[in-house]
Design a protein around this ligand. Structure first.
Ligand code: MN9
Length: 298
């Protein structure tokens, strides 16, 4: 389960309906061009929290059907609707997903006892593993080292997607939980997270920049910090440009430039403006075009 995972984007048509053909193309692009080790399906990048249960199921189905066993698959099933999370956990386990993941329950200020009960309820409902999805800047949920330790006492809870810039906590977690899987969640901080010993990373920008991410990860693990830093610098120029133009829209527009029908974002996210489309073309030309890395051994 180690390595670089794309937080998978989903293609929607102009009316916000799932574009199956486009979704399959995004999957193929990730495997063949970006060379990722796995896909994280139903995350923030998959616009998951704006979708109905049936739509989430359909996406899990399409992706598994397209991937078969080519790369590892993690299904994010978390929801403030715990009954839905359990239903989805059962659904993806039947489909053969390698692991579940669930975002910490958000919006209401749940206490730790409630958070723990949420994870236990999901994992006890299925025969599958669980990766905690911790993303405090969007959920407002900050868990302490001791609280992670309490959750990790359950053997089925095998790891965490750590989307935070708290490198002190990350280092403490690495030392305390050597056998748990820790995935870095901020692509722009992949280098320092890898130095601290993460097992992999899960990110949105890997949908277009997966090869550079793999290079950073591998170079650091070979002790080549300077070489890795060069690539992180280029990567962060790219990420900065993407973020300033609209994160998911711009990644989709870059994919569009590569012949992948990545479609539109789901409302309330906005439809790309003419300016955003022009800017995305510029970003594509600057960082991706003719920097075809599909033949690079990673
Ligand atoms: O899954 C992603 N987080 C969100 C992780 O999209 C909220 C990251 O890959 C970021 O999109 C990326 C850009 O900030 O690091």
């Amino acid at each position: 389960m180690k390595g670089i995972y794309s937080a998978l984007l989903v293609s929607f048509d102009e009316n916000g309906n799932i574009n199956e053909k486009g979704l399959r193309q995004i999957v193929r692009h990730n495997i063949e061009v970006c060379k990722v080790d796995g896909l994280y399906v139903g995350g923030s990048t998959g616009e998951n929290f704006m979708l109905s249960t049936d739509e989430k199921k359909r996406i899990f189905e399409i992706v598994k059907d397209e991937v078969k066993d080519e790369v590892k698959l993690i299904a994010q099933v978390g929801s403030v609707n715990l009954k839905e999370a359990v239903e989805l956990a059962k659904f993806v386990t039947k489909l053969g997903y390698d692991s579940l993941s669930a975002v910490t329950p958000f919006y209401y200020k749940f206490d730790f006892e409630e958070i723990k009960n949420y994870y236990e309820t999901i994992v006890n409902s299925v025969n599958n593993k669980m990766i905690i999805y911790s993303i405090p800047f969007l959920t407002g949920v900050n868990m302490s080292l001791e609280q992670f330790a309490e959750l990790f006492e359950n053997e089925k809870i095998i790891g965490v997607k750590f989307t935070a810039a708290d490198f002190y906590l990350l280092e403490r977690m690495r030392k305390r939980f050597p056998d748990k899987l820790i995935y870095a969640g901020f692509d722009e901080m992949l280098l320092p997270a890898t130095v601290l010993g993460v097992d992999g990373a899960i990110g949105s920008t890997f949908n277009v920049n997966g090869v550079r991410a793999k290079q950073i990860f591998n170079l650091i693990n070979e002790g080549k910090v300077k070489d890795a830093l060069e690539i992180q610098h280029t990567t962060n120029d790219l990420i900065t440009d993407i973020l300033s133009n609209g994160l998911y829209q711009t990644i989709k527009l870059i994919l569009q430039e590569q012949g992948v029908d990545a479609g539109y974002c789901r409302q309330p996210m906005k439809i790309s403006t003419k300016e955003m489309i022009e800017r995305a073309k510029y970003i594509y030309n600057k960082y991706i075009l003719e920097k075809d890395t599909s033949n690079v051994l990673v």
